[in-house]
Design a protein around this ligand. Structure first.
Ligand SMILES: *Cc1c(COP(=O)(O)O)cnc(C)c1O
Length: 344
């Protein structure tokens, strides 16, 4: 398919309407097969379950062009699994992995002209989501649901180099113990908006949330998991039942162990050890940025600066990021099944 005439290197992380989206409906207790459609508008009841009680879950993944000009996606089977788990937690009927993968492939193929060329740093971001669509006024799950996936081209997360960021320890909580922190649901983001606006107004790039029970342990940021290194060959990964299982983080753990020869230590990480200098480098990880390096953490005015400082990413995070992006782009051999080609 011929590429659209877009200014690829100046795309932002925003929404651009593309040609086709995939839609499936759940009615009378079953999902239909779904199909590609043209209409980007959704008409629903004013009383739809999603509008009243936020019954919706979502995913985020990207399609992109590799060095040899193929269009691929990265580990979509893990997105299928996570969407399933999220749906079950919110009493939403899950879709099958088969339909998820088919919808990803069809949506990317139908919008192939919007896949940014290799080397621009831009990608085609995919947003699958399921929501309750029939009227719900008494508090209960909806009966009818819609699954959608749309694609939108987005720019490189980092323009002009990867810069370390300053984050604050938030006074707000993200996810209660035994709550919904471990699923990808819009509700986790609605409640984070005030916290992120507050952090931005204070000059911070992001919030680090603590465990709400004791407020002594590091969990994650609003939309990315955290990883640290001690600078002595170990990758330290915060562990908690309310952290969202990031696919990027799980992939980086594999890369650290099997490509970089690092040891992995997945455990509870205290704020005290981080602020006390136990780790030389830290990063935020997620689909959009892969790794975004930590420069400073500010805990109510007390600052800790990682050894890389504010000018550049440290050597360990750089190595991990370059290896994983190499795997994604086809310049480093990928583990079996990680790269899924799209036939256009
Ligand atoms: C989506 C998300 C992440 C990152 O997950 P990836 O699968 O790596 O993109 C991390 N934390 C939260 C809260 C998220 O919603």
């Amino acid at each position: 398919m011929e590429k659209k005439n877009l200014d690829w290197s100046n795309l932002t992380f925003g929404y651009t309407k593309t040609d086709k989206r995939f839609v499936a409906n759940y009615t009378n207790g079953a999902w239909d097969n779904g199909a590609l459609i043209d209409d980007d508008m959704i008409v629903m009841s004013e009383c739809a379950g999603v509008l009243q009680y936020a019954q919706t879950v979502f995913e985020g993944l990207k399609a992109y062009e590799t060095v040899d000009g193929k269009i691929v996606t990265f580990r979509p089977d893990l997105n299928a699994q996570r969407l399933h788990d999220s749906a079950v937690r919110l009493e939403i009927p899950p879709i099958s992995e088969e339909m998820f993968i088919r919808s990803v492939k069809e949506t990317v193929a139908a919008n192939a002209g919007f896949v940014p060329p290799y080397g621009t740093g831009a990608t085609l971001y995919l947003r699958p989501y399921i929501f309750g669509i029939n009227p719900v006024i008494g508090v209960k799950p909806a009966e009818d649901y819609q699954y959608r996936i749309f694609a939108t081209p987005v720019g490189p997360y980092f323009k002009g180099g990867v810069n370390p960021i300053v984050v604050k320890i938030s006074d707000f909580d993200r996810a209660a113990p035994h709550g919904t922190g471990c699923i990808k649901a819009g509700l986790n983001y609605a409640m984070s908006l005030h916290a992120i606006v507050t952090a931005h107004n204070e000059g911070f790039a992001e919030n680090i949330y603590l465990d709400p029970q004791t407020r002594t342990k590091i969990e994650e940021t609003g939309g990315a998991n955290l990883i640290f290194t001690d600078g002595k060959g170990t990758l330290i990964v915060p562990k908690s039942g309310s952290i969202l299982p990031s696919i990027t983080r799980r992939s980086l753990v594999y890369v650290a162990e099997h490509y970089c020869g690092m040891k992995i230590d997945e455990r509870e990480v205290t704020l005290e050890e981080v602020m006390g200098g136990a780790f030389s480098e830290g990063g935020l990880c997620g689909t959009a940025a892969v790794i975004s390096p930590l420069g400073k953490i500010n805990d109510h005015g007390k600052e800790f600066t990682f050894s890389n400082g504010m000018e550049e990413m440290g050597p360990v995070m750089t190595k991990l990021r370059e290896t994983l992006t190499g795997i994604q782009m086809g310049t480093v051999e990928a583990p079996e099944g990680w790269i899924v080609p799209i036939e256009c």
